[in-house]
Design a protein. Structure first.
Lengths: 109, 164
């Protein structure tokens, strides 16, 4: 066996970008869970320290997020004035609602 | 998180209702400094009045099993502890009939990748209703059945059974 994990378990990947109005954009793909949240936070922390007017977290291509992913976004939302979660799936929206966080994470289409 | 447990014990010892316990807890942890939050389900049993009162800080609802029926006690879910200070939580009080069983659990018991949390909750209810026997056997069986091959999260389950 040379597999390092289940075959259907893609690694988490992300891109950092920005829009013309200064909005910072974090695009996350794959599975974001306890195994990968630290790596993502380390990359995004410098962006947050620059206090962007808005932080968009694009999760449209995210396959799975657990409660540690949601904790990470809530942490970011507390650190910037304006955080928007873009492209959340129905499963992810339901998870956020089940945790009473629908008023703390702004969901956008 | 141990400090939250001790705080809950202290507030409960002075007879604070569950929603007020959660409000007080919400001042003890800040995600901005700790980097984490905690979901908490706080339940108070009034043995004499045969009532249970629950309040939820981001936690999945407990399951009440009575006479072959299973109902989740859906108190309004407020944010987890650590998200904001001074949050007001809304308690739910329900009567407890004879021989009822109350199950509280963490998300590891019902959560599976690529599936709605509602399916996991339905699976737990079906499994609980399909099981007979004493309470320790029920808990062992639920953990064994529901966690099989899906063991990537910690799981805790607590069961209470009224014997009269």
């Amino acid at each position: 066996m040379d597999d390092v994990g289940p075959a259907d378990d893609p690694p988490m990947e992300f891109d950092l970008g920005s829009e013309a109005d200064g909005t910072a954009v974090v695009t996350v793909r794959g599975d974001l869970d306890i195994a990968s949240t630290d790596r993502l936070h380390e990359a995004v922390a410098p962006v947050i320290r620059q206090r962007p007017p808005r932080l968009v977290v694009d999760v449209e291509s995210l396959r799975f997020a657990d409660s540690s992913a949601i904790a990470l976004w809530v942490r970011w939302a507390a650190a910037v004035d304006n955080l928007e979660l873009r492209g959340a799936s129905p499963l992810l929206r339901r998870l956020i609602t089940s945790m009473g966080l629908e008023h703390h994470l702004r969901l956008a289409a | 998180m141990a400090s939250l447990r001790y705080a809950i014990h202290a507030y409960a010892a002075q007879s604070d209702p569950p929603d007020e316990i959660l409000t007080k807890l919400s001042g003890l942890l800040q995600i901005t400094t700790s980097g984490q939050f905690a979901t908490v389900l706080c339940t108070v049993l009034d043995v004499g009045a045969r009532e249970v009162t629950v309040a939820s800080a981001g936690h999945l609802p407990p399951l009440l099993l009575v006479d072959g029926h299973g109902d989740y006690l859906q108190a309004e879910v407020g944010p987890p502890i650590g998200v904001a200070r001074g949050v007001v939580y809304t308690p739910l009080t329900v009567p407890v009939p004879s021989h009822a069983t109350l199950l509280a659990f963490t998300d590891g018991l019902v959560e599976r990748r690529g599936e709605s949390i509602d399916r996991g909750l339905a699976r737990l209810r079906d499994a609980a209703l399909g099981a007979n026997g004493n309470l320790p056997d029920l808990l062992s069986r639920l953990v064994g059945e529901l966690r099989h091959g899906h063991s990537d999260d910690d799981t805790a389950i607590v069961g209470l059974r009224w014997t009269m």
